[in-house]
Design a protein around this ligand. Sequence first.
Ligand code: ZN
Ligand code: ZN
Length: 342
Amino acid sequence: MFCIKCGREERTYDSLCASCYLQSNRFTRLPEHLDLQQCAHCDEYLMDKRWVKYDDESDAVCDHVSGNLQLREDGAIKDIEIGVESIDRKSYQVHVSALVRYEDLEIPEESGTLVRIKRNVCPKCNKIMGNYFESIVQIRPSNRRFSDEEREDVLRRATEYVEGIGKHSKEAFIAKVTQTHGGYDLYISTIALGKTLARELTSVYGAEHKESSTLHGRKDGQDIYRVTYLVRLPPYRVRDIIELNGRPYLVQSTGPQSAKLRSLRNGEKLTMANTGLRDVKVIGTRSDVLDAVVLTEGRRELQLLHPKTYKPVEIRKPQGFERTGDTVKVFPYEGELYLIGN
Ligand SMILES: [Zn+2]
Ligand SMILES: [Zn+2]
């Protein structure tokens, strides 16, 4: 037999000599990326529909790759070597050298893939967690309803906080989230975590929080309590504009005890205790702040093009204000234009 491509006379495979045949045929193949699911709670790995425990993660990566190595039906693996190299904490570069037998040939083939570890929850842990919680953090708005975006922002902050702690402790997780009363109920795995989460939210948003516990039952001769933390968010958020004593103020920051405000009338800074701001009226949010084109700038004032009426208006520059662009941020309120900043 001779090769129809190069004419060499020797044994052929699909009318090609071994060398020509192998130029256009491969037996092993790996996807560019492989995701390996790991349970965030029990650390088991999902290996082809089964959750399996591994002491060494690189062994799991190795098995996952060999399980996903595609082999042409008419070839057989005679020998395989898998090299696992960690790129960062959650991804591995994997190199595979396989020796494939096909008819009377033995062909060495190289391939590689990137394995990423993805956090997931195995069905067993999911079942335990869905029912198991020791505390509930109730997040509620006060007199003002929050937009979906604002609400989601609170939830994101809470989840990120718990996930951060969950990296070091398997006991820390949110078992369940429900939307209720314009806010959320977060079912938290432990009392300690519920408490620190409530404190964190209170501190970030300048909220107030209350704690109450109820007897839930007895286990091994001990009373089991469930603790509820009510976190009531203030009506305002950072960058909102509130009215205080009939004057507009920008909320510059919120904290556990007080909020920092800036008067939009004269730029004066003010620190107010959270308790003094519980019922304050929000007159504007981020979306009410507009860009205004600066026409001229004097020593003490700015002439702007009103973003709504397109008429030139003059406003006084707050002390220390230095413009950085062609426009400034303004807040129109009750016929007046207030400068928010750059
Ligand atoms: Zn040939
Ligand atoms: Zn698990």
